[in-house]
Design a protein around this ligand. Structure first.
Ligand code: FES
Length: 275
C-alpha cells in the first residue's frame, strides 16, 4: 500500500482535494473513518442545521442548503464541514463529498471576504468579459503572476481579501458583460469599471449592485443561501429585473399577448411520509 506522502506526491489533483481523498480512503493510506473535529460547528449551527432539515420531507434533501450553512461558518466546505453534514443527515462522507465536488458554488478552498465571479461565457466574453477577467487577474496577482481561477488575493476571510473565479453564463446575457460579487449582479461592466469595483472592495467599501440586495460578504451571502436572513428580509424587495430583461413582457402587455391561464385546481402529487 502507498503511504499518504507517496499519494500526495503522485497526485495530479490540487492539495486540498488530494487531502480529502487520502483522509477518506484507507486504500490511499488514509484513516478512512477517522474522527474529524467538527467543533467549529457549535450549538447555534447545529440548531440551524436542524431548522433546515425540518423544511424537507426527507432529511437528505437538506444537503444543498446545509453545505451553504457550512460555507457561512468557514468560507468553504472543509473536511469537517463534510463530516458535519454527513452526521446531521445520516449520510456517508463520500455521499456528501460527491455533491460538494459537483456544484461550483461549493468551494474546496477558503474564500476571501468577497467572491468575484466574472462571466466569461460566450456572449459576455465577446462583449469584453475576457478583458475584464484578465484585468482583475493581473491586478489581484502578486510578483507579476496573475491570480488563478478560484485563488484568493489576501488572507482568506480577512477584510479586503478577494477570491476570483471564471463563471459560466450568469443568466444576464442581455446585460453583458456582467460580473457578480457574492452572487449580486454588476451589469454592463467595462475592464476599468470592474477594476475600480474590485479596488473599492479591497478598500473595505461595499458598492451598490446594479440590482438586487445590498452587498454583504461571502459568508453572510452563504447564510442567506441557507435560508437565514438575519433581519435582512427587506433586502429581498430590491429591484431584481432590469428594463432590458422585462422588455419582452412589456411588449406582450402592450400588444395584448397572453399565455394560457393556469388551471384553477391543479393536482399536486402527495408528499411522501417524512422519514
Ligand atoms: S454569457 Fe454572460 S450572462 Fe450569459
Amino acid at each position: 500500500m502507498s503511504t499518504s506522502e507517496e499519494v500526495y506526491a503522485a497526485s495530479p489533483l490540487d492539495p486540498v482535494e488530494t487531502h480529502r481523498l487520502v483522509t477518506e480512503n484507507p486504500a490511499a493510506g488514509g484513516a478512512g473513518d477517522q474522527t474529524i473535529d467538527t467543533s467549529v460547528f457549535d450549538q447555534s449551527i447545529v440548531d440551524r442545521a436542524q431548522a433546515i432539515i425540518a423544511r424537507y420531507p426527507q432529511s437528505r434533501s437538506a444537503l444543498l442548503p446545509m453545505l451553504h450553512l457550512v460555507q457561512s461558518v468557514e468560507g468553504y466546505v472543509s473536511q469537517a464541514g463534510i463530516t458535519f453534514c454527513a452526521d446531521q443527515l445520516d449520510l456517508t462522507n463520500a455521499e456528501v463529498s460527491a455533491v460538494a465536488t459537483f456544484y461550483t458554488m461549493y468551494k474546496r478552498r477558503p474564500c476571501g471576504e468577497h467572491l468575484v465571479s466574472v462571466c466569461t461565457n460566450t456572449l459576455c466574453a465577446a462583449l469584453g468579459g475576457d478583458e475584464i477577467y484578465a484585468k482583475l487577474r493581473d491586478h489581484l496577482g502578486t510578483d507579476g503572476k496573475p491570480l488563478g481561477h478560484e485563488e484568493t488575493s489576501g488572507e482568506p476571510g480577512t477584510p479586503g481579501s478577494i477570491t476570483l473565479e471564471h463563471a459560466e453564463c450568469l443568466a444576464a446575457c442581455d446585460l453583458g458583460p456582467v460580473l457578480q460579487v457574492n452572487y449580486e449582479y454588476f451589469d454592463n461592466q467595462t475592464p476599468d469599471g470592474a477594476l475600480d469595483l474590485v479596488k473599492s472592495l479591497q478598500a473595505g467599501e461595499k458598492p451598490q449592485p446594479t440590482r438586487g440586495a445590498p452587498l454583504t460578504d461571502f459568508r453572510q451571502a452563504e447564510l442567506q443561501l441557507a435560508g437565514f436572513f438575519e433581519g435582512r428580509d427587506a433586502d429581498l424587495d430590491g429591484p431584481s429585473a432590469a428594463p432590458e430583461t422585462v422588455r419582452g413582457a412589456k411588449i406582450a402587455a402592450e400588444r395584448g399577448w397572453t399565455a394560457p391561464a393556469m388551471p384553477e385546481h391543479a393536482e399536486f402529487p402527495p408528499l411522501p411520509e417524512k422519514k
